[in-house]
Design a protein around this ligand. Sequence first.
Ligand code: ATP
Ligand code: MG
Length: 453
Amino acid sequence: MAVALMAVAMTTRSILLRDVDHRIGRLLTQETREFANFVEQGVDPDTGTRFTEPRRLLQVFLQRQYSDPDEELLGLTRTAGPAPAVLRQPRDIAEGVALHRDREALARIFASDARSGTLDRPRGEVRWAKVPVRAAGDTPPGAFVVAFHADGEQAIAAEAFRTQLAISGVALLMTTGIGWAVAGRILAPVRLVRTTAEQLTEQDLTRRIPVRGRDDIAALAETFNAMLDRLERAFAGQRRFADDAGHELRTPITIVRGHLEVMGDDPAEQRETVRLVTDELDRMSRIVEDLLLLAKAGRPDFVAPEPVQLGELTADVFVKARALGEREWILDGVADREVLLDPQRITQAMVQLAQNAVQHTVPGQRMRIGSQEAEGRVELYVADSGPGVEPADAEVIFERFRRGTNRRGRTGGAGLGLSIVKAIAEGHRGGRVELRPTEGGGATFVLVLEEDR
Ligand SMILES: Nc1ncnc2c1ncn2[C@@H]1O[C@H](COP(=O)(O)OP(=O)(O)OP(=O)(O)O)[C@@H](O)[C@H]1O
Ligand SMILES: [Mg+2]
């Protein structure tokens, strides 16, 4: 702004000065033209005839002429000396600057060949124009001179320039002040975001930015807060996961240690302890394997889908599930079509479901395994005729380390099985796992996969 205002002021100044120049030029031309007319047409009022003498001509002309302020109209006539004689109007021009007193300058103007010029004097600039008078015969020549003291007009331009500079300065100060205040107001929320971000630590993600208004900054604050919500949830989930994992692993360790500490010398008792300890260690290693698998679940290479014949896959799963326990296994129905899925992972998930079903049933109970098509999706299911899942448990059993209230058979489960199934299902595009009641009692777990073609 300073540069712009300065440029405006400078431009204005030069325009004003050029205007002054033009005006003075026009004035000088006008005066000289009037004099030239008078020389041609003027008559002596006393005699009624044309002028014969330059001095008289100049005298009469000057008497009739009105000069502007800052303007001097002079008649010069030759004398014997170097300086001309001066005729002037009885006008007030400041004594110090008046040209009629500056004999030397007048002599120079009188002698000059030029018709106009500029005198640079310490007291100010003088623009002049001259019309020589030459009467008939040998009469000494004279000259009409009009002089304009330009410094007054120039001072006005300079004054305007100074005023404009002063106004610009004030305007600049005001805009700076207002700009400062407005920028401060606009940036205050940004600063708030920054300080909030600085105060956030991994331990304390609870801080939020207060959202005010409905502008871009408010939207930014909202986005930022939403990001913090996600971060907080992710951190909390991770922490809970680590806690639960630690807790789950501590139990078998405690059991193993307990058994080893009380183990006596009796070989039969020792064999029994070794059996129990090995059992616990197996359980531990299963938990660790499950945890490793779940840790991998977020990665993009967790599932590697390929075109698979769903009928064959269902039959394979059925054969593997049948080995899990003495039940009435039924291969319910197979959808015979090609589907894009990861066969290893899907088999793993189905075996998990079958395992759960076995755990919640007793020998001889009916289990159905099958696959079917449904509205652009395919479904693989394991339906048991056990006690089913309590409605209150239906939501939570898919979470890590969560077990339901209905637990039959061995109590060994860590509660990771269904989270693995869920991770595998959701690893497939549009995939999910659903829990439905079995007709006639029992739970049916269904892997729903999008059929993309
Ligand atoms: N077929 C089923 N019928 C009734 N309840 C079931 C069935 N499958 C799972 N559940 C309930 O869901 C809970 C969670 O199952 P999940 O497979 O995640 O853990 P788990 O079987 O207890 O342990 P893990 O599978 O890690 O050995 C179970 O504790 C059980 O209460
Ligand atoms: Mg299980």
